[in-house]
Design a protein around this ligand. Sequence first.
Ligand code: NAI
Length: 478
Amino acid sequence: MMIKKICCLGAGYVGGPTCTVIALKCPDIQVVVVDKSETRIQQWNSAILPIYEPGLDEAVKKSRGRNLFFSTDVDSAIKEADLIFISVNTPTKTYGFGKGRAADLRYVEAAARRIAEVAVGKKIVVEKSTVPVKAAESINKILRANMRPNVSFQVLSNPEFLAEGSAVNDLLNPDRILIGGDQTSEGKEAIEKLCWVYKHWIPEKKIITMNTWSSELSKLAANAFLAQRISSINAISAVCEATGACVSEVAHAVGTDSRIGPKFLQASVGFGGSCFQKDVLNLVYLCECLNLPEVANYWYQVIEMNQFQRTRFVRRITEKLFNTVTDKKIAIFGFAFKKDTGDTRESAAIYVCKHLLEEGAHLSIYDPKVNAQQIIHDLTRPDITEEPEKVLQLLSFHQTPYSASEGAHAVVICTEWDEFLHLDYKKIYNSMLKPAFLFDGRKMLNVEELLAIGFQVETIGRKTTRNNVNRGVADCIL
Ligand code: NAI
């Protein structure tokens, strides 16, 4: 049996782009992406897609209506499909046992129950969502306990490694595809079928197969290692700011060691996104449940370092602004958790803004891809503020970075959008109150040029001296 029809439950940041690329590369397969959210499906079927990813619009246009379909008809898609991806959200639990740590698997469970209820014939169910180890076993139990006559299931783990902002390219040219399944003949047959789908465009040597638990744990481990590298270089950045070292120089020196490598050594205001924190916490919870407190504490430190980095940055802003930001206007450049995405989940900007708002600062916010509605939603959430009306009065939204910074005491860069590299900083400086401060939370701008213009500059992982402002150069001091 070849795979002729694929269905994907969940039309989010993973389900949408992943299925778009499968449809693009496998014209012989019909791909239906379904979601319980009507709005999301309407957006996928419209000219303005629900998510921004470079190259995604073009890829969707090529396949939509040909062999790629977006629908809310979950049951029909399940019935017709040979292979079903589960790409639903698995956020951190906010209630009950494992609150703040464990993954909330209620959406995965609901998806599995729906499949069990309506599926007919032979199905391969593929867990693409990031889940705790042994989640496939739970899916299997639900499917088998509710199985109707003449239905059979094989459950595979096929975690997704795409990064937002480069999702289409990552899907077209992945480092590897990971497929885990039962090591039985039926399990191996199902693995082969999923391999066949990927082989349409991915070289065989990049497709790794293994047992289900290894596959599930590999995804958590990969994200924990990536987050750990960021927290490690951020920890070093604090030492740099307190001494005369420059974190870029240290990162370069460390990264040129071929055993370490240069990637993910960019110090910043901290990592964000829907995955790193959630998946590390998921690993921490797993270790706690396995009675491995030392291992749990080790990984939890990665999260604590990230929180420390955000708080440290905001404290530095307040200190430099003469220990008070109350009623001061501060321009926030960038709100997305990283460049080239409109996603704000766990964005460092949310926490930077939260602390500044608590101090009574007026924030004028500009982001090229995040709209005001999303920012208001993020900054008035109950876990961010107890006074949403007050927060609303302190916010304003701008179409350009120039209008956001007009009359401001400070500019704070929270997202590394490329366009921030090429702004007219002289114009921005001239329109600001003096002394004009610039806090570069992404360590992306040329400090010397900004000092020469007249800015007071603070950047991550480097100490810039006051008297250097007069000399027009920045230096590292001991
Ligand atoms: P998302 O929140 O953007 O999308 C999930 C979608 O699933 C939502 O649109 C929701 O309405 C839908 N959904 C929930 N239950 C459903 C059901 N029973 N039937 C139909 N639709 C349902 O989430 P995202 O970012 O796509 O993540 C999905 C999974 O992939 C998560 O487990 C995440 O950890 C993992 N992942 C995410 C990556 C990312 O960069 N966002 C990268 C790699 C993995």
